[in-house]
Design a protein around this ligand. Structure first.
Ligand SMILES: [Zn+2]
Length: 80
């Protein structure tokens, strides 16, 4: 596989299925089973153009979701 595009990262990309979050009209939409190249060192993620296009097409008419997920807000933890 190709070397990571992040300068000074020694990692290489490997094909994995990932979850991909997209903000769409103010909502977060989660896509799972997205084929992506993921750096084995830093986690940088690349989506193929046809994958991005497939997601954009699905966003136009996504149909019912396979499931919905709870979302939690984590308060800031920086101490004063
Ligand atoms: Zn990397």
């Amino acid at each position: 596989m190709n070397s990571c595009s992040i300068r000074s990262c020694p990692g290489k990309y490997e094909l994995r299925h990932i979850m991909h979050l997209v903000k769409h009209h103010g909502n977060v939409v989660v896509f799972e089973n997205v084929l992506a190249e993921v750096c084995d060192a830093c986690g940088d993620t690349l989506l193929a153009l046809n994958t991005v296009e497939a997601i954009e097409t699905m966003l136009q008419n996504p149909g019912p979701p396979v499931r919905t997920v709870p979302v939690y807000h984590v308060p800031d933890t920086l101490s004063a």
